[in-house]
Design a protein around this ligand. Structure first.
Ligand SMILES: Nc1ncnc2c1ncn2[C@@H]1O[C@H](COP(=O)(O)OP(=O)(O)OP(=O)(O)O)[C@@H](O)[C@H]1O
Length: 398
């Protein structure tokens, strides 16, 4: 066994720090987003200067991979270096209710804060008193905030945006909020007065063009790879491909996969052929972390959907068909199929994560049916990707 470990560790690699290509890595500098970072600082100038003062909130919007998350996290790192300020980043896809989102923030201060038994209002009060005791002011980011709104409506946002309206508590106001949404119409979902508090604080991130993607890629090449192992024309090719979507996530994923392919061939230069291979393996709309959050049963349901769509010329499949196939696929993976209610939870979660689309068809002979389709990603790619994640989960369990 030791020999296998030694052999693997001795394999040549072109990476010097693969972590610099992971999706939650925050680089020291953000090429091409300095102006937006400054804009964000200007929005919160009062808070940063005085600690107390008129509370502000901001909304960062932009398409997939335009740097919304990394911009907020970079701002968070910078403000946390100042004594009085803390930063908490909550992903609302993972924490899709008011209480889950607040719990994530509270746990930063109190590791033992109980998971259940508190209302959202009580949780906000507790958060305030924890901040007050510590003399801290908090920047709270609600990332992918649409998930929260779709589930709970805008109640939490309403409450947070009203915090400073009560004169008495004005100087106790300790939470500033950054919302992140991909949807340009997010503001429309809010009530008039919340909308107006955000009016001047909108930061919209444009899609990246080719030369911006080259700057971002060059930085990652420098951070993640040994010197001279990535050819310039490979970087150009990745930027060409990813600029069709303006998506830096896709560009970085291509760079990472091309690097892995180079390593697997045991050669020491990443060249355009590796990029072409990576492109055939990757889809710009697939987000690795969304798949990582799915458990085995979600993956089996997704695999069933992709199988049915692959063997079928129709654009959609029905939930009945998926359920039958799910039961069969469970056998392949040695899993006991779950009951009807649980099956519906899986469908709902997949739909909420945006991987599948569901719509209710008109009255059929036996009433309405729910139809499922894959909006953005080819069935074949979902099929491959899902199988790979199921395999990985199996290996991790062994
Ligand atoms: N200006 C930049 N400089 C360096 N890295 C960047 C920049 N913009 C984006 N990235 C990197 O690209 C990837 C995607 O960025 P990020 O997650 O911030 O996008 P996003 O707009 O939040 O996407 P999504 O809507 O899919 O969540 C991350 O790895 C991020 O670090």
């Amino acid at each position: 066994m030791d020999d296998i470990i030694k052999e693997e560790l001795n394999r040549p690699t072109i990476f010097k720090n693969e972590d610099a290509l992971s999706f939650n890595f925050v680089p020291k500098e953000l090429p091409e987003r300095e102006e937006e970072l400054r804009e964000l600082i200007r929005v919160f100038r009062n808070v940063l200067e005085e600690g107390v003062g008129r509370k502000q909130s901001a909304l960062i919007s932009g398409k997939v991979g335009t740097g919304k998350t990394v911009l907020a996290k970079k701002f968070g790192k910078m403000v946390s270096e100042r004594d009085k300020f803390d930063y908490v980043h909550v992903n609302c896809r993972r924490n899709d209710s008011e209480t889950k989102a607040l719990f994530k923030a509270l746990r930063e201060y109190d590791k033992d804060f109980p998971k259940r038994g508190y209302s959202a209002e009580e949780m906000i009060k507790s958060l305030f008193s924890m901040l007050k005791i510590r003399g801290k002011y908090l920047f709270l980011t609600l990332d992918e905030v649409d998930f929260l709104i779709n589930k709970n409506g805008s109640e939490l946002i309403y409450t947070l945006s009203r915090l400073s309206e009560d004169e008495e508590s004005r100087f106790e106001d300790r939470i500033s909020v950054i919302y992140i949404s991909r949807s340009p119409s997010f503001r429309k979902k809010l009530d008039e007065s919340t909308k107006s508090t955000l009016r001047n604080n909108l930061i919209n991130l444009n899609d990246y063009n080719r030369s911006e993607l080259i700057s971002i890629l060059e930085q990652r090449v420098e951070l993640a790879f040994k010197s001279g192992t990535v050819s310039d024309n490979s970087v150009d090719l990745i930027a060409d491909i990813a600029s069709n979507w303006g998506n830096a996530r896709f560009a970085i994923e291509l760079l990472w996969k091309a690097g892995k392919k180079t390593d697997s061939e045991e050669i020491n230069k990443l060249v355009p052929e590796h990029v072409r291979w990576a492109k055939a393996e990757t889809h710009p709309e697939i987000r690795r972390e969304v798949f990582e959050d799915l458990d085995k049963h979600h993956l089996i349901v997704l695999l069933s959907i992709s199988k049915l769509l692959l063997g079928n010329e129709k654009a959609y499949v029905t939930t009945g068909e998926v359920k039958n196939n799910y039961k069969l696929t469970c056998e392949t993976y040695n899993k006991e199929p779950r009951g009807h209610t649980q099956f519906w939870h899986y469908i709902r979660k997949l739909s909420k994560s945006g991987i599948i689309d569901t719509s209710v068809s008109g009255e059929g002979e036996r009433g309405t049916t729910t139809e499922i389709s894959l909006p953005d990603i080819p069935a074949e790619m979902v099929n491959k990707k899902t199988k790979k994640f199921l395999e990985d989960k199996k290996e991790n369990q062994n």
